[in-house]
Design a protein around this ligand. Structure first.
Ligand code: TNX
Length: 675
């Protein structure tokens, strides 16, 4: 149980990163200052943030009494008293990886007292001894220039633009539908602009001066295509589907906003046409809601932002080691236990969460509403439950997913022990299939992502049930070798490559069976690239998100997998914009600013036959560093729009200069700009 939590102003935690220099090793220094008048005793210090203290490494000034991934509890020396005005200094000389950015260090800290209560500390972002630069937060805005290279403002840039002359700006628009698809699009568009730009009144009545926009069915156009034409005061959108009409309206809305907000730069055309359709079918965004929780209101606004960028897939990462976020009727503990972190709970306050119970989950009612909302914005949702690895929270809620006779430990790359559900147990399949049936019922797109990433090399090496299964499918030699991995610490410098290992064979057993189950329910299975281990999933009923690099993507396409390209170096939006300390985010995969992302070719070096396997591209938001919503806006925008243009616009029509001139008009999620 969580006990009371207080937050006095008199206790302060400062953290400092000293990079290695002049032959000296690095250190991470934590200083607890007692600025009050009372001495403090009988306490321990708990911190969390993306960076991880190595429990086996040297620590001065304290001992590490608990560590789970990035959550660390430090004990002071015996009988320690922190007197008024005094400072307790802890120096850590071993970390899972060296810090590079200001968001790497502790983002929350508290004291745990002997009676179970906690004291929340005032905490400043970690400083680096070699950088005094002000820390960056908020989106980097590209101001609209005085002279833009184009006269109409549209992102992603359409594939055929032939508009001319200028007419007085309409006050707004009144779409006039002639079919159910047109009507649905008009309603979706009204909701969209209400979400994003309510005060502007883009959709309004003729009584308020709106110009009518005729929505006409045109059977010959593709499923996301539209033709927008301007002629003698008449505006017409032709399309063959709801999404086509919606995209035509979005283009019209964007042109209107440019001309209204920057009348000296952009025009509203009086004649001509825009004929447009996307070059890639899958233009997505992945959001990790496990590491940090995003409420339904945030998800809905994000979906509106996707639609304004003509992005059409939302990959919703609903579970991970740190939390389980979706209501499942058959297993209420998944959310009762797995959706919350806090001091003394099954999952401690990881990644900057507070000692008080924090987190949350989506009820089925909330999910249905979000799915319907997404549909009206032309966005299909792919839910992900990440199995068989990344299951620490799930295992806290449903211990039957583990072999009861399992001994020893293995660790994931993020420092979670024994975080994989057991592929050799019948019970595992019973539970997973029950969960999947509930998910299938919630998500009509009938595509379910099973994760399958980053299973540790030593997974299940202490499970008699798993070893027996391995022995029967791969023989004694493989099983004996796998048993020897028990308690061997791996994953210390990036995720293990488990190709060909016992862990990969057991994972393949699991995926083969679960993928067949999903297919029997008419579903496509998604997976991260590791789901290809053993080549066991049916390539005609699955797709992979390939994250290492474009060479891996090409190789998987060559092997016949359908591919969504999302290389960490450029499309992981938790990667920092630049390598500097003052930039938030991570950089284990690389750094890329909006220009680099814009110019990146996701299918560089692919052969024509490999290109046949391209579904499209997506950006991935992993949430470890996103404690602060101004960090979210900085990392996601305008890079998301740069990705959207890569997915939509033909390479020959792309132009960074034009994109930069228009990007400032695109919405942010929280509206937090760099000051
Ligand atoms: C890798 S690549 C992960 C995630 C982390 C992310 C951080 C992959 C499928 N998994 O678990 O959040 O790196 O950048």
């Amino acid at each position: 149980m969580t006990m009371s939590t207080s937050r006095p102003k008199t206790l302060r935690l400062e953290t400092l990163w000293n990079p290695p220099a002049d032959g000296k090793e690095f250190s991470y220094v934590l200083r607890l200052k007692n600025l009050g008048t009372e001495p403090l005793s009988n306490f321990s210090l708990c911190v969390s943030g993306p960076g991880r203290v190595d429990p086996a490494g040297r620590v001065e000034g304290a001992t590490v009494s608990q560590r789970l991934s990035n959550f660390t509890e430090f004990q002071p020396p015996a009988n320690f008293i922190l007197g008024a005005g005094e400072t307790w200094t802890i120096s850590v000389y071993a970390l899972s990886w060296q810090f590079r950015h200001w968001t790497d260090g502790a983002t929350s800290g508290y004291l745990a007292l002997a009676d179970g209560s906690t004291i929340v500390l005032t905490i400043e972002p970690t400083r680096s001894s070699v950088s005094n630069a002000p820390l960056k937060r908020g989106a980097e805005i590209y101001p609209v220039p005085v002279n833009a290279p184009v006269q109409v403002s549209i992102i992603p840039w359409p594939n055929h633009v032939a508009v001319a002359s200028r007419r007085p700006l309409p006050a707004g628009f009144a779409p006039q539908a002639q079919s159910a698809a047109g009507e649905a699009a008009a309603r979706g568009f009204a909701a969209l602009v209400e979400h994003l730009f309510a005060v502007e009144g883009i959709v309004r009545s003729e009584a308020e001066g709106a110009v009518p926009v005729a929505l006409k069915d045109a059977a010959g156009l593709g499923p996301e295509a539209y033709r927008l034409s301007f002629e003698d005061e008449t505006i017409t959108i032709e399309a063959s589907s709801q999404t086509g009409f919606l995209y035509g309206l979005v283009t019209l809305g964007q042109i209107w906003r440019g001309a209204r907000l920057h009348p000296e730069v952009f025009q509203f055309p009086a004649s001509g046409e825009i004929v447009d359709e996307p070059s890639m079918g899958w233009r997505g965004l992945h959001l990790d809601v496990a590491r940090q929780f995003y409420g339904a209101a945030e998800v809905k606004k994000l979906l509106a932002v996707l639609a304004w960028n003509k992005l059409n897939r939302f990959h919703w990462h609903l579970s991970d080691d740190e939390a389980w976020r979706v209501e499942i009727d058959a297993y209420p503990d998944l959310t009762a236990v797995g959706a919350w972190r806090g001091h003394g709970l099954a999952v401690p306050p990881l990644l900057g969460s507070s000692p008080a119970r924090t987190g949350g989950y989506y009820t089925k009612a909330a999910i249905r509403e979000i799915v319907a909302h997404a549909k009206s914005f032309g966005v299909e949702i792919v839910p992900e439950i990440d199995v068989p690895g990344h299951c620490y929270a799930m295992l806290q809620a449903i211990p039957e997913l583990r072999d009861p006779a399992e001994v020893g430990s293995y660790y994931s790359v993020q420092g979670f022990p024994d975080n994989c559900i057991n592929p050799a147990r019948e019970k595992t399949y019973e539970i997973i299939e029950t969960i999947l049936l509930e998910l299938i019922e919630l998500f009509p797109f009938k595509t379910i992502h099973l994760g399958a990433d980053e299973v540790p090399l030593g997974a299940w090496s202490g499970s008699p049930e798993a070893l027996e299964r391995l022995r029967s499918v791969a023989g004694d030699e493989v099983a004996d070798a796998h048993a020897k991995r028990l308690n061997v610490v791996t994953n210390t410098h990036g995720a293990d490559d488990i190709h060909g290992s016992g862990a990969a064979i057991l994972q393949a057993e699991f995926l083969n069976r679960v993928q067949r189950f999903l297919a029997s329910k008419g579903c496509i299975t998604g997976g991260w690239e590791e789901a290809a281990h053993g080549d066991v999933i049916d390539k005609s009923k699955s797709y992979l998100c390939s994250w290492r690099n474009v060479e891996v993507s090409a190789e998987l396409a060559e092997r016949g997998y359908e591919i969504v390209v999302c290389p960490g170096q450029v499309y992981y939006l938790d990667m920092a914009l630049r390598p500097d300390w003052d930039e938030p985010g991570a950089s284990w995969a690389g750094t890329s600013d909006a220009e680099k992302l814009y110019n990146f070719d996701p299918i560089g070096g692919w052969t024509a036959s490999q290109k046949q396997k391209l579904l499209g591209i997506q950006a991935c938001i992993w949430s470890e560093p996103m404690t602060d919503r101004a960090v979210f806006d900085r990392l996601v925008f305008p890079r998301l729009s740069a990705l959207a243009e890569t997915g939509w616009t033909k390479p020959s029509s792309k132009s960074w200069e034009r994109f930069r001139a228009l990007a400032g008009l695109m919405p942010l999620l929280y509206g937090l700009q760099q000051s």
